[in-house]
Ligand binder design. Structure first.
Ligand code: ZN
Length: 269
């Protein structure tokens, strides 16, 4: 089945969970079908689905952490009780008990009910098997890239995360980035410490501060914004290299060295 191209942008809504998680609900253009990305908590999803008279037809899992998969089993039972067909997609390399359909780099998902083409990319580093989903110009990247920051390294390596972030940064600039946490203000505080003279970053800090004071979300962000303000995507930058070297007392020779020390600095910040 070929995916259908629509002129209207996709409707994507945040379902808030726990302290600062965003569970993303993508509305299909096919009737009232929706897909949910990383349902860590089933209750908030069921509430959203029922209060908006929607039908859940697909779940997309980015990685195995419980705040991303904790609600999957309950949502599967919920859909069974309703008689709704549900496809659960997840990474080939982890969280495999949650998903019937395992996906990896270059896979294209053409879900029958959700009816919008989804492209899969491998973005390991936060965890070894972490994947992302591209739906039109929207990237669902879990805990790999955050606005003005990036995920911690659990079982992946610094090199993997560095490569994954490089891969994300080369997506078209208009790509909207839907990460899984509202960490932006804390990340911006760190970014300003690393890159204090970056005018774009200073302006963005002031913009997000105002948003957050009004309790508005800073997500989605975009590749265009992140390439200008996110130090983890800018390890080639002379000022950032200098800050990192001063902090670590090590002269970094490669951008990967800079990234590795920068990630360590953030852990200690
Ligand atoms: Zn995680």
């Amino acid at each position: 089945m070929n995916s259908v191209q629509y002129n209207t942008p996709l409707m994507i809504k945040a379902i808030k969970a726990f302290d600062d998680n965003y569970i993303w609900c993508v509305h299909s253009n096919n009737a009232n079908y929706v897909a949910i990305v990383d349902p860590g908590d089933a209750e908030v999803c069921i509430q959203y689905i029922e209060s908006n008279s929607l039908q859940l037809s697909a779940i997309f899992i980015t990685h195995r952490h419980s705040d991303h998969v904790g609600g999957v089993e309950k949502l599967v039972s919920f859909c069974q009780s309703k008689g709704w067909p549900l496809n659960v997609y997840g990474p080939t390399k982890e969280a495999t008990q949650y998903s019937k359909i395992k996906v990896k780099e270059d896979d294209i998902i053409q879900d029958e009910l959700f009816n919008i083409q989804v492209n899969v990319i491998d973005i390991p580093g936060h965890t070894l098997g972490h994947i992302g989903y591209l739906i039109e110009d929207n990237l669902f990247c879990g805990d790999t890239l955050f606005s003005a920051g990036c995920g911690r390294i659990f079982d992946g390596t610094s090199e993997q995360l560095f490569e994954s972030l490089n891969k994300i940064s080369t997506l078209p600039e208009k790509t909207q980035v839907y990460c899984a946490h509202e960490y932006t203000m804390a990340n911006l505080a760190f970014s300003l410490t690393v890159d204090p003279t970056n005018e774009e970053l200073i302006n963005y800090y002031n913009y997000v501060k105002t948003l957050r004071e009004k309790n508005q979300s800073s997500i989605p962000t975009s590749i265009c914004i992140e390439n200008k303000i996110n130090p983890f995507l800018r390890c080639f930058d002379h000022n950032i290299k200098q800050s990192v070297d001063t902090y670590s007392h090590v002269e970094s020779t490669t951008d990967l060295d800079t990234f590795t020390q920068l990630r360590r600095w953030k852990n200690e910040f």
